[in-house]
Design a protein around this ligand. Structure first.
Ligand SMILES: CC(C)(COP(=O)(O)OP(=O)(O)OC[C@H]1O[C@@H](n2cnc3c(N)ncnc32)[C@H](O)[C@@H]1OP(=O)(O)O)[C@@H](O)C(=O)NCCC(=O)NCCS
Length: 171
């Protein structure tokens, strides 16, 4: 689990994986949809010190390899800020991190459902989440237009699609 000391590296990894030019070397990126920052170190520090959440991290010899944020919302756990170093994507690290998050949500918190939200235009990513057991709920959340802490949208038709996965005893 990340601590406040890890916050700058987590923010950097998230930026590299989501929006940087380097993100284009991965198999999925939002660099063409949203510019600017996804999160900064101060925001990550708030997340790691929150009593209702954790930031899970995986490291290798080159430093931070993967991360995700999990937040407890009663019987639902919300997963966000999910990132793998771009050049290491597509090797199963994301699936392994997702399994660790599911296990934490189910065992530590007793959560029955894992929820994510995905930008509507990220078709390849939505397909992957479906292969991982998530389904769209039909609920759409507004993209945070006008709040530069979450980036600079490059088009005006972005919405966040809600997807959920039931967590069974085996999660
Ligand atoms: C989403 C992310 C965390 C997944 O991590 P990862 O390490 O790449 O995940 P995995 O290697 O476990 O799985 C990659 C999947 O993509 C598939 N894939 C690989 N190349 C692909 C391509 N060019 N097009 C579509 N799918 C592809 C793989 O077959 C695999 O699917 P499978 O698990 O059904 O076999 C990572 O890609 C990432 O950091 N993306 C940028 C940030 C982001 O978008 N985060 C999520 C926001 S909601």
């Amino acid at each position: 689990m990340a601590t406040v000391d890890d916050a700058p590296a987590v923010a950097d990894l998230v930026h590299r994986a989501y929006r940087s030019d380097e993100s284009r070397t991965g198999w999925t990126t939002e660099a063409d949809l949203v510019g600017g920052q996804r999160v900064d170190a101060a925001m990550v520090s708030e997340l790691v010190t929150s009593p209702t959440g954790v930031v899970l991290v995986a490291e290798d010899d080159d430093g931070l390899l993967a991360c995700c944020h999990l937040e407890r919302r009663d019987a639902v756990a919300y997963l966000g800020m999910f990132a793998v170093r771009p050049r290491h994507q597509g090797r199963g690290t994301g699936r392994a991190m997702l399994s660790a998050a599911e296990e934490h949500a189910a065992r530590a918190w007793g959560a029955a459902t894992l929820e994510i939200s995905v930008i509507n235009h990220r078709h390849e990513l939505i397909a992957w989440y479906e292969r991982c057991g998530f389904a769209r709920t039909g609920v759409e959340h507004a993209f945070p237009y006008g709040d530069e802490r979450y980036g600079l949208p490059q088009r005006d038709d972005l919405v966040l699609l809600e997807m959920v996965k039931r967590l069974g005893p085996a999660a």
